[in-house]
Design a binder for this molecule. Structure first.
Ligand SMILES: Nc1ncnc2c1ncn2[C@@H]1O[C@H](COP(=O)(O)OP(=O)(O)O)[C@@H](O)[C@H]1O
Ligand SMILES: [Mg+2]
Length: 234
């Protein structure tokens, strides 16, 4: 059943059993994300932010609760359906960029398009348009070592856009960047959000969180607060 929300989490828990220690990383989280939202997830280190993000992105499975992605129950999806929906709907951005070191910006952006089966003649235009979207048209032939941190992260964003995802999930995307480069990333996010994409970003930086439209604060695996910014969505 589709309930209209892009993401709907009901009583989501995650318990890690490592040896003798049992860690409750998420404790019955309830959350709904609509379409086109621009959300910051904040909270101290170890509070469960990445665990939550990985579950939302279907990179990890919850220990309990129900997760509906675009109205579909993730637990009931087969592996192929899950891979398909993840590739189509979700783009990931990581703190460490995760670019292929020996590939150019162009090739890094191209890779997910090859995986998705996009024919060669359609790829070129899309790669260049994605690189243009992040302001890197003139860096297509550069390898990661020939780019600044902020530029590498923008290549990662162009790559995340390969299959036109509805939502971008970013886990501390500016964590390794100086504030000026971090600002470039947030401006790209703002543009993408204005075009209707949902953005969900984990951040330690309150100046970044304040530019998002909704701030969700997590502590010890529970949601401590969920507030909408005054300067948010019109
Ligand atoms: N793979 C894992 N195995 C065991 N414990 C984990 C694992 N991943 C995270 N944890 C624990 O779960 C809690 C939440 O971690 P995490 O979601 O990474 O927090 P955050 O991203 O907010 O720093 C922490 O106590 C962490 O040690
Ligand atoms: Mg984390």
């Amino acid at each position: 059943m589709r309930n209209g929300n892009l993401v709907s989490l009901k009583g989501i828990s995650k318990i890690y059993n490592t040896g003798k220690v049992k860690v409750t990383a998420l404790d019955e989280i309830n959350l709904d994300f609509g379409r086109g939202e621009f959300i910051a997830i904040i909270g101290p280190s170890g509070s469960g932010k990445s665990t939550l993000m990985n579950i939302i992105g279907c990179l990890d499975t919850p220990s309990g609760g129900a997760y509906l992605l675009d109205g579909h129950s993730v637990a009931e999806m087969g592996i192929h359906q899950l891979a398909g929906i993840r590739n189509k709907k979700i783009g990931f951005i990581f703190q460490n960029f995760n670019l292929l070191p020996y590939a150019t910006a162009y090739e890094n952006v191209e890779l997910p398009m090859i995986f998705a089966g996009l024919p060669g003649n359609h790829r070129k235009e899309k790669i260049m348009s994605n690189l243009a979207m992040v302001g890197l048209s003139d860096r297509a032939d550069h390898k990661p070592t020939e780019l600044s941190g902020g530029e590498m992260q923008r290549v990662a964003i162009a790559r995340a856009l390969a299959n036109d995802p509805e939502v971008i999930l970013a886990d501390e995307p500016t964590g390794n960047l100086d504030s000026r480069s971090g600002d470039e990333i947030i401006r790209v996010f703002e543009n993408l959000n204005e075009q209707g994409r949902s953005i969900i970003t984990i951040t330690h930086d309150m100046s970044i969180a304040k530019r998002c439209h909704r701030i969700i604060k997590i502590r010890d695996g529970i949601i401590e607060s969920d507030t909408r910014n005054g300067n948010g969505v019109n």
